[in-house]
Write a protein that binds this ligand. Structure first.
Ligand code: AHR
Length: 517
């Protein structure tokens, strides 16, 4: 009897304590007087590879298509992407880049060679989209170009001549050929990568061998001074920091050779295992939390790589550009495994927002990223089916974060941020980021990772009212379909400041982005 009473009292105490903790809002302070680095708009970059229907069908339908298009590019898809203010597009790959020979993609499309895309599905590639078409796409989007050069199967001469073709402002034969093909003025190239995943599909090289090749190839990449891209060395991935360390120690700018950034790739797999990654839909909560935990790892991976850069490049000249990131699930049943098509749910939007908040926190080094990929491939913004198009939850995460482009980051501190736990796995319940927008207004985002519990938050802020959008859904794997395209959409959200405090309640599994009015 006494034992039972003691047990009940303990249980009661625990309940009271947990209610107390649960009732206490998370306190967020934004250090408005300590501005950090600018959040380069290019952090919101995209990636379009010759892979599956990422380009052909999804973006490019050709000029003779009945699908409305401008010089071959779909009007619906380009129009939707314009609303995201896409700052930069990486092309033509990926693994595809190291088998791409630029001369096969210029001139009369009818005479361009037909190749086999050996990396992605073994389908034919008719080179209908080449250099001029790509630059037309970035022009239509109002974006900048990130061209990925072929180090793996090309030559230093081929790479040098592509850059000359793109940028030469004198009457060289290659510049005249560009003019004959319809573009007398040079193309503007903002970024140029030498190779891709050189440790894997880009040539299975050691970092030492790649470094020698980078030094060799980059020595011949000559451009007019005012049209010199930022040159990116293909870097490492996941936990491996050797590439960042070795490249930043052994590539030295000399003899007009440039080196501006190291690239890095990290994909989020629910299981963390490539052979059995996990499903895009129909998953349980264990795969919700493991996916978010795996995506949050990128914070540590960036820190570890940045530590190498800080050692070798203390002046912070080099950028750390995450030019491939996003979720990668088991391929959708019934689709070509080489096309990497996967469904996109609320979980993907949360993944995107968590990554944005992390990129903001590392904005001094992370100056450009490219989600993989833009349309129909991996964690895409848009899915198409012939003439139909739908916007994914990831699309809306990008749209909500547009005000962060070129904003000045501000330090954020959270008190009482509880853990969201499932079994032995735990992650912080909330993730937050704040900035001073280009128009001078304060803005912030908060993400609630817990799929079962709302979160009360109090922010210390100035101003009267904050407004913006909230994204959530009823289920963890809620998605938009062609039949029901509005299942996951942001809704307007606003809150009024009272005595310098802004109180918010974030629904379970939600993203809020608010700007001072
Ligand atoms: O984004 C798909 C592929 O993933 C890219 O082609 C390659 O670089 C990476 O392994």
């Amino acid at each position: 009897m006494i034992m039972k009473k003691a047990y009940s009292l303990t249980a009661l105490f625990c309940i009271l304590v947990s209610l107390q903790i649960g009732a206490e809002p998370v306190h967020i302070t934004i250090e408005t007087t300590k501005p950090g680095p600018v959040i380069n708009r290019d952090i919101y970059g995209q990636f379009a590879e010759h892979l599956g229907s990422g380009i052909y069908g999804g973006l490019w339908v050709g000029t003779n298509s009945s699908i409305p298009n401008t010089r071959g590019w779909r009007n619906d898809v380009v129009g939707a992407l314009k609303d995201l203010h896409v700052p930069v597009v990486r092309w033509p790959g990926g693994c595809f880049a190291d088998e791409y020979h630029w001369r096969e993609g210029i001139g009369d499309p009818a005479t361009r060679p037909i190749k086999v895309n050996t990396n992605w599905g073994g389908v034919t590639e008719n080179n209908a989209v080449g250099t001029h078409e790509f630059f037309d796409l970035v022009d239509q989007l109002g974006a900048q170009a990130y061209v990925n050069g072929n180090l793996g199967s090309g030559t230093a001469q081929e790479m040098a001549e592509w850059l000359e073709y793109l940028t030469a402002d004198q009457a060289s034969s290659l510049a005249q050929l560009r003019a004959k093909n319809g573009h007398p003025t040079p193309f503007k190239v903002k970024y140029f990568a030498v190779g891709n995943e050189a440790w894997g599909c880009g040539g299975n090289m050691t970092v030492q061998h790649f470094t020698d090749l980078y030094n060799q190839y980059a020595s011949f990449l000559k451009t007019p001074k005012e049209n010199t891209p930022q040159f990116i060395a293909a870097g490492g991935h996941d936990d491996d920091t050797t590439w960042t360390d070795y490249l930043s120690m052994h590539i030295h700018e000399q003899w007009n050779m440039h080196f501006d950034a190291v690239s890095f790739h990290y994909y989020t797999l629910p299981s963390g295992i490539w052979d059995k990654k996990g499903q895009a839909t129909g998953f349980h909560e264990d795969q919700w939390i493991s996916t978010l935990k795996n995506t949050l790892r990128i914070d540590t991976l960036i820190k570890n790589n940045v530590a190498k850069l800080d050692k070798n490049d203390p002046q912070k000249k080099l950028a750390f550009d995450v030019d491939e990131w996003g979720t990668w699930y088991d391929v959708e049943p019934g689709t070509n495994p080489g096309f990497l098509f996967q469904k996109n749910t609320l979980r993907d939007a949360i993944v995107a927002a968590l990554n944005f908040n992390i990129f903001h926190a590392h904005a001094d080094r992370v100056r450009m990223t490219n989600i993989a990929q833009m349309v129909n491939v991996l964690q895409s913004m848009i899915v198409t089916d012939d003439a139909k198009m739908l916007l994914t939850p990831t699309y809306f995460a990008y749209q909500m974060y547009v005000p962060f482009q070129d904003a000045t980051s501000l330090p954020v501190h959270m008190q009482h941020n509880p853990d969201y736990r499932l079994g032995k796995v735990s992650i912080p319940e909330l993730s937050a980021s704040a900035a001073r927008a280009v128009n001078g207004k304060l803005l912030f985002s908060v993400v609630n990772t817990n799929p079962a519990k709302a979160a009360d938050v109090v922010l210390d802020v100035t101003g009267n009212k904050f407004s913006g959008q909230l994204l959530t859904a009823k289920t963890m794997d809620a998605l938009n379909t062609f039949e029901n395209p509005n299942q996951v959409r942001p809704i307007p959200y606003s809150a009024t400041v009272s005595n310098g405090k802004l109180a918010l309640t974030l629904p379970p599994m939600s993203i809020v982005v608010l700007t001072e009015e």
